[in-house]
Design a protein around this ligand. Structure first.
Ligand code: ZN
Length: 589
């Protein structure tokens, strides 16, 4: 595919990144970057931080350029608070607050060596399923191996210049700055955490931080003046340390810790501490040569780490800020149940249990980064799948618009190849109904699916997998028990006894047509046709308002007789699922 042949946002971003990278360092491999903090479950809302550079890097790769997508695991960040709702983790974890995330024990029963690795692993698994190719960089490994030694010593030598940059924002003291600082802390730097929250909530949280709150991301001013580096204590491992003296000639650094420990170390040989966030991020832009990195929408504010970082990378590290969009929040719908039972918001892993990877990719590919959208865990997921299937049909017919076509292509595969797909596009809502009604009985499901279209029957459940498994997971974990369908085991004798002649005649007409209409299409014609025939109209007559009323009443009667409520799965699907013999018995005919 020729460069620029498409008109979607990914293609335009790739154009920009390629041009910019060529201008900056001709011939160098292009670097697209993401950063994730494994401070707890990595939420679905944070996936945009990865999908945005992934899609752009993938387009660049498709065009034949050398490109790398790096994911920086911010696992050397301090453990800020004990997240709620992690099984086996209680307030006793508070003793670890202030330690690097890789020094905090993993939740009980974990197969992983520490807190950061535990939460990283779930994300790594989800990214593999999503076809996201990346190189992970552990900041713990980088810092503790001394990889950044020169950069740290340089930043410390340049601390007055860094302080001056930060001071441009400190002195302004506009209300907006205070709000931005608070919001930023809540979101852990890049909008990585809490990205699923609504802006209104963030404003409240930011306000709760109070005005003039010191921003720990800036670095602190101790006895030694402003210092952009924080040691982790040699005894308690926490960062409750203050630098009290520093000798530029020897690099001797003296700190004391809240635990009572204090010592003098030689920074040129010391690997247990890190640059403060607002210096760390621009240092790594330069170190990795990052060309493209997105950030959360809050970064348009003055004093944000992206804005400040742009000045620090230029003035202190002689580097260039990456280009990259500010991305809008991604919301979740239908999580009320899960939130109350599990105390959290879903992870990408949980989304991939109810929807296929291409569908989740599609949500990101089809919306520009500055457009917010919601990921549905409720009934809306059925409509999302309807839209997805409608697009596939348009593509089959050669009717899709170029941007839609591009988004679909990015969803179903990457430069490395196609992702697993479901062979037969049976609607998700139909599969969900079939699972619901049969409670997942494989033999019954196959019987019903085979009847849907007798001309081209589903002959093996493998033809509708993995979509069937996603729909099954959705029904069993997301559909409230009171909304599940329960087919009556015995006829409703009282209701049957109360029917009038017209109702009995309608039911008899339906039952007479069952055998000859036993397919999804046939039964659709039959259930709509019965009220027409009873009204003296032709089966293919256009519906009148009176007829629609009669149809609604007839459908409600069928639902009550079959499942004891007035609404439910689409009737043709329900009839197929219940089976002709049981339908006859429950309708009393
Ligand atoms: Zn200590």
């Amino acid at each position: 595919m020729a460069a620029g042949a498409e008109t979607d946002w990914v293609s335009r971003s790739a154009d920009d990144v390629i041009a910019e990278a060529e201008r900056r360092a001709p011939g160098k491999a292009i670097v697209c970057a993401s950063g994730l903090s494994p401070s707890g479950p990595i939420h679905l809302g944070n996936l945009r931080e990865v999908m945005t550079p992934h899609l752009v890097a993938d387009e660049i790769r498709r065009r034949g350029h050398a490109v790398e997508h790096i994911i920086s695991w911010d696992d050397y960040d301090r453990f800020r608070k004990v997240p709620a709702g992690i099984p086996g983790v209680d307030s006793s974890w508070e003793e670890h607050i202030g330690k690097p995330l890789t020094s905090v024990p993993a939740p009980p029963g974990s197969a992983h060596p520490n807190w950061a690795e535990h939460f990283k692993a779930a994300m790594v698994g989800a990214l593999a399923d999503l076809g996201v190719e990346f190189r992970g960089i552990s900041q713990t490994e980088q810092y503790t191996s001394g990889a950044y030694r020169e950069q740290i010593l340089h930043a410390v030598r340049q601390r007055a210049a860094i302080d001056a940059v930060l001071d441009r924002y400190r002195t302004k003291d506009r209300p907006q700055d205070t709000a931005a600082a608070g919001q930023q802390k809540q979101q852990q730097k890049k909008g990585k955490q809490g990205a699923q929250q609504q802006p209104a909530d963030e404003a409240e949280l930011a306000a709760a931080e109070g005005s003039g709150a010191a921003d720990e991301d800036d670095g602190s001013a101790g006895d030694a003046g402003y210092f952009p580096y924080k040691p982790y204590c040699g005894v308690c491992e926490r960062d409750l340390t203050t630098v009290t003296a520093y000798d530029d000639a020897t690099t001797d650094l003296t700190y004391r810790c809240a635990c009572g420990h204090g010592e003098t170390v030689r920074l040129s040989e010391y690997d247990r501490g890190k640059l403060v966030w607002k210096v760390d991020w621009p240092m790594r832009w330069k170190y990795e040569g990052v060309d493209f990195e997105p950030s959360g929408v809050d970064h348009s504010s003055p004093g944000s780490s992206f804005v400040v970082g742009g000045q620090i990378v230029r003035e202190v590290f002689d580097g260039v800020q990456p280009i990259g969009p500010m991305y809008a929040f991604v919301g979740i719908t239908g999580m009320a149940k899960m939130s109350s039972s599990k105390g959290g918001v879903p992870t990408p892993e949980e989304a991939l249990r109810i929807m296929e990877a291409p569908v989740l990719r599609w949500l990101y590919a089809r919306r520009r980064p500055n457009q917010s959208f919601k990921i549905a865990f409720d009934q809306e997921i059925q409509r999302l799948y309807d839209e997805w299937d409608a697009l596939a049909r348009k593509i089959d017919e050669g009717q899709a618009q170029p941007a839609d076509l591009a988004a679909h292509r990015r969803a179903v595969g990457t430069a490395a190849g196609e992702l697993p797909a479901t062979e037969r596009r049976v609607p998700y809502r139909t599969l969900a109904s079939v699972v619901d009604i049969t409670t997942g009985d494989e033999e019954q499901m196959l019987r019903i699916l085979a009847d849907l279209d007798p001309e081209a029957p589903v002959t093996d459940l493998a033809q509708v997998r993995p979509r069937l498994d996603r729909a099954a997971q959705w029904v069993t974990t997301q559909v409230p028990a009171e909304q599940r369908t329960r087919v009556r085991t015995e006829p409703d004798a009282d209701l049957l006894a109360s029917l009038d002649e017209e109702q009995r005649a309608s039911l008899a007409l339906l039952v007479d047509g069952l055998d000859t209409h036993w397919s999804l299409e046939g039964l659709t014609t039959l259930v709509y046709g019965v009220p027409k025939v009873r009204a003296g109209l032709a089966p293919d007559a256009k519906p009148t308002p009176e007829l629609k009323v009669a149809q609604r009443a007839f459908f409600a009667l069928l639902y009550r007789l079959l499942i004891s409520v007035e609404t439910g799965p689409r009737l043709p699907t329900l009839l197929l699922a219940v089976g002709a013999d049981r339908v006859r018995r429950l309708l009393g005919v």
